[in-house]
Design a protein around this ligand. Structure first.
Ligand code: FMN
Length: 333
C-alpha cells in the first residue's frame, strides 16, 4: 500500500538530525574517502565506508586502517564492519570508534562466498541470536551507536528479516537497513519493497528508523521508495556509481525544487576533484588505476562516452586523465 505521505522532516539517527533521507550505501571498492566526500558535497546525508574486516582491525592491520580515512570535507560518516565473532567485533568497534563515526554498522548481507565461509556477512542471517550477541558486544565496547544492514533472509525458504531485525534492536541497534533481497538472490531479481514497508511498520513502535536498500537507482526511484515503503531513509549504491549527482537531484525533489542539471563541464570538474582526492589517499599510481573505472562510470550514457572510456582505460597519470577530462568538459572527443 503506497504511503505517499513523504515526511519532509529528515530522519534522526543516533540523536543527530540528518539533512535529508538519502545516503550513500556501503560499496566495496567504491565508497572510499574521495568518493564519499564528493557524494557528501552533492548532498548525501550520510555515507558509509565499504565493509571493513573486524578481524584485521582487531589485529591492528595498518592497510585496513586506510579504508577508514575520512576527508576533511566529510562532516560525518558511518563505518561498516564485517566479522563473525562477538569478541572480535566488540574489539574492532572499540578501535574504530577513534575515527568518530556517527554509527558503526554490522554487515549481515554480503553474499560473497569467501565472506560467508568465514561465517560473516549474510551467513549471520542464519543465526539471529548471534547477530544479537554481536550487536550487544559492540554496544558494550563503545559509546558509538550500532546499526545493522541485513537482507530478507538466507534464501526464499528462510525469509527472517523481522526476526533478525528484532534480535538486533533488542540488543541495542539504533537503526536497521534492509537490502530487500535474499542472500541467494545476490544482486539479481528485484528488491521486495513491500518487505521494507513491513519492517518500517514493525519497528515504528520502538522508534527505530528503517533504511531501505535495493533498486533505488535514481532520484525519482529513491523518492518513490520513501513514499511506497514509509522508510526513514534510502541507501543508494549502484545508482550513485559514476553519478554522485543523484544526491543533489534527490534532495532537490525532496525539497520540492526542480532537479539541477549538470553540464559536461561540471561533471568533468567533479570527476577531476574526485581524482585529486583519491591521489591524496592512495598516491598517484593506485589512484589512477582505480580512477579508470570511475571515469568509465562518469561518462556512461553520455554522448561520446565510449570514445572517452577507450582513452580512460589507458591513462596512468593525473596529467593524462586531465587531458581526457578537458576534452570531456569542452565536448572535444
Ligand atoms: C560492487 C558492490 C559492492 C558492495 N559492497 C557492499 C559492502 O561493502 N557492504 C554492504 O553492506 N553492502 C554492499 N553492497 C550492497 C549495497 O550496499 C546495496 O545494498 C545493494 O547494491 C542494493 O542497492 P542498489 O540497488 O542501490 O545497488 C555492495 C554492492 C555492490 C554492487
Amino acid at each position: 500500500m503506497p504511503h505517499n505521505d513523504i515526511s519532509r522532516e529528515a530522519p534522526a539517527l543516533a540523536g543527530v538530525r540528518l539533512r535529508s533521507p538519502f545516503f550513500l550505501a556501503p560499496i566495496a571498492g567504491y565508497s572510499d574517502a574521495a568518493f564519499r566526500s564528493i557524494c557528501w558535497e552533492l548532498g548525501a546525508a550520510l555515507c558509509y565506508t565499504e565493509m571493513v574486516s573486524a578481524e584485521a582491525m582487531a589485529r591492528g592491520n595498518e592497510r585496513t586502517k586506510v579504508l577508514l580515512a575520512r576527508d576533511e570535507s566529510e562532516e560525518r560518516y558511518a563505518i561498516q564492519l564485517f566479522g563473525a565473532k562477538p569478541e572480535t567485533l566488540g574489539r574492532a568497534a572499540a578501535i574504530v570508534a577513534a575515527w568518530k563515526p556517527l554509527v558503526i554498522d554490522l554487515n549481515c548481507g554480503c553474499p560473497v562466498p569467501k565472506i560467508i565461509k568465514a561465517g560473516s556477512g549474510s551467513a549471520l542471517l542464519r543465526d539471529p541470536a548471534l547477530i544479537g550477541r554481536i550487536v550487544a558486544a559492540m554496544r558494550d565496547s563503545t559509546d558509538v551507536p550500532m546499526t545493522v544492514k541485513i537482507r530478507l533472509g538466507w534464501d526464499e525458504a528462510s525469509i527472517n528479516y523481522l526476526e533478525t531485525a528484532d534480535a538486533a534492536v533488542k540488543a541495542g541497534a539504533s537503526a536497521v537497513t534492509l537490502h530487500a533481497r535474499t542472500r541467494a538472490q545476490g544482486y539479481s531479481g528485484t528488491a521486495d519493497w513491500s518487505a521494507i514497508a513491513a519492517l518500517a511498520k514493525a519497528l515504528a513502535p520502538a522508534g527505530v528508523p528503517v533504511f531501505g536498500s535495493g533498486d533505488a537507482a535514481s532520484a525519482p526511484g529513491a523518492f518513490r521508495m520513501l513514499g511506497e515503503t514509509g522508510c526513514a531513509g534510502v541507501m543508494i549504491a549502484r545508482g550513485a556509481m559514476g553519478n554522485p549527482f543523484v544526491f543533489a537531484e534527490a534532495q532537490a525533489m525532496w525539497e520540492g525544487q526542480p532537479a539541477p542539471a549538470f553540464s559536461e563541464a561540471e561533471v568533468a570538474a567533479i570527476a577531476a576533484r574526485h581524482l585529486e582526492r583519491s591521489v591524496r589517499y592512495m598516491g598517484e599510481r593506485t589512484a589512477c588505476v582505480e580512477f579508470r573505472k570511475h571515469l568509465c562510470a562518469y561518462t556512461k550514457g553520455r554522448p561520446g562516452g565510449a570514445a572517452l572510456r577507450e582513452r580512460a582505460v589507458h591513462c596512468s597519470t593525473v596529467a593524462e586523465f586531465g587531458a581526457v577530462l578537458d576534452d570531456f568538459a569542452s565536448g572535444r572527443y
